[in-house]
Ligand binder design. Sequence first.
Ligand code: AMP
Ligand code: MN
Ligand code: MN
Ligand code: MN
Length: 283
Amino acid sequence: MAERSNSFCADLHCHSTVSDGLLTPDTVARRAKERGVTLWSLTDHDELAGQKLAKQTAQEIGLDYLGGVEISVTWAGKTVHIVGLGIDAENAVLAEGLRVTRSGRSERARRIGERLADLGMPGAFEGAASLAGNPELISRTHFGRYLHQAKFVPNVQTAFDRYLHDGGPGHEPMRWAALDQAITWISHAGGVAVIAHPGRYEFTQTQFDAFFAAFKELGGKGIEVITGSHHPGQYQTYAGVARQYGFLASCGSDFHGPGEGRYDLGSLPPLPSDLTPVWDVLS
Ligand code: AMP
Ligand code: MN
Ligand code: MN
Ligand code: MN
């Protein structure tokens, strides 16, 4: 990997059309490079199909690359996301685990479509499916985009706030992978498991403590401190968690597409300098 300089900029969490992003993996790579990213990872939800093109394009344009994935996990009845960084995208154990994790999505999408039809918004399954670049990966994001395009809501965020949020009238509960499975698959693939956007989880303090302890006990190593899914006020909170639990720190925009979300690729501040960044053990 290239020498780190002052212009070093890591973005280790984002999405492509292989999951719920709007741009293809090679387009995301070029955008990352143009926006000053020097160490990049594409972390599509539950899917490795974009990894080859992401890595190949990164190599062509001189961008350091870490194999990545964001795994959907059910822990204590709630959904959390675990990012795997530095993974071998050819690993059979990880690929099979993700195949099983994806397998319930089509049926779930049909049920979400039925719920939305019952709420007076017909055609949502077909609409979401037509917006999904990967038929195995219809996500709530595609439903949100459809509801916006069909003018049922003024913007995608409102679709989540009114219907698609966890426990919302258009949400369909899912049992995703178990926490120990996700960490084991990532480890098998030679990667490091990282808690994605902890600030998004609606846990009590007791649940947070139990979650961080369980993650560490199971071999999890890292936590996202600076992420586009955190408010800036949360950066210090999760820097404190990294210090308390001895977690490696990670950072990423969680970019899904131009005009979506608060942060574009490469636009976040650096990690607090006293934390050990996750790439220290991956390069
Ligand atoms: P799914 O994996 O199908 O449950 O979809 C989860 C995806 O929906 C996340 O990765 C985000 O991209 C998006 N999402 C989840 N919650 C929200 C929210 N409150 N507002 C906007 N997007 C959200
Ligand atoms: Mn997403
Ligand atoms: Mn996520
Ligand atoms: Mn994400």
